[in-house]
Ligand binder design. Structure first.
Ligand SMILES: [Fe+2]
Length: 263
């Protein structure tokens, strides 16, 4: 039976490469413990056979592996520029979850502000770990034609998108409208919507835990546009890293978190 046929839960032959056995019993599907948001994924509708095949299939949906940040950086850096696309980087984040312990050199928190911790800068991308205390949030901002992907190293954050109604570069006037919200957690990396790139990231106090996000920005940039919803003003601001390659660059009072305390 071809790998393209037999994708029926009632079939005694799974037809899923490399299986051609008729001895596998169908399993309940979707399997227990699969996060709700993944149950709608197209891949689920293929076939049900052995546990091994479920694992084979779920590798397309769930993280394939947990990797140390060094390997993550090496593998991300190995993606050629022409393949550094919206989907391929998102797929990379979905398949490579970073081992929190390996992020130890970058886990700085401040009570005053979220911290930006540069892990790697190449001509193609910046990789940062951003550490959030409960209750901290970014300003409403736009990365201005630069792509941005986000994954969680621990905790979860909320992203709030805004629709641009109008802006006037001559006067700094802007008018925004609240748009969509979504959650980023360990199983759900996301990309900033290129069609609606103005957003705010928050670790609400109600989440009651610290959060660490990993951000891939391409290409590297040192400024972004920040919007004041109330005043209807916007301006370009310089981005400042709290630490770079594990070295503190800020005068802010920092706490270096123990990995164990974040787990
Ligand atoms: Fe952002």
């Amino acid at each position: 039976m071809s790998a393209r046929r037999g994708h029926s839960l009632s079939s005694q032959t799974c037809g899923h490469f490399p299986c051609s056995s008729r001895s596998h019993q169908p399993l309940p599907f979707p399997p227990a413990g699969i996060p709700e948001f993944l149950k709608t994924k197209k891949e689920i509708g293929l076939s049900a056979c052995s546990r091994a095949h479920l694992d084979f299939r779920w590798r397309f949906c769930l993280f394939e592996s947990v990797v140390a940040i060094g390997k993550f950086v090496d593998d991300l850096s190995a993606i050629p520029e022409k393949e550094f696309t919206h989907l391929s980087v998102l797929d990379f984040l979905r398949r490579n979850r970073v081992d929190l312990a390996s992020l130890s050199p970058y886990l700085y928190f401040s009570r005053d502000h979220y911290t930006r911790n540069l892990i790697q800068r190449t001509p193609l991308f910046d990789l940062l770990a951003i550490c959030w205390e409960p209750g901290q949030q970014s300003p409403i901002h736009n990365h201005c034609n630069q792509n941005c992907w986000m994954a969680m190293a621990c905790g979860r954050v909320q992203v709030h998108n805004f629709k641009l109604i109008q802006k006037d570069p001559a006067t700094g006037f802007c008018d925004l409208e609240s748009s969509t919200h979504y959650l980023i957690d360990a199983g759900n990396p996301q990309e900033v919507d290129p069609g609606e790139p103005i957003h705010r990231v928050a670790n609400p106090r109600s989440f009651m835990s610290r959060a660490v996000t990993l951000h891939v920005y391409s290409k590297p940039y040192d400024t972004c546009e920040v919007y004041d919803l109330k005043e209807k003003r916007y301006q370009e601001v310089q981005l400042v890293n709290t630490t770079e390659y594990g070295v503190v660059k800020s005068d802010t009072r920092l706490e270096k978190a123990a990995v164990e305390a974040l787990m």
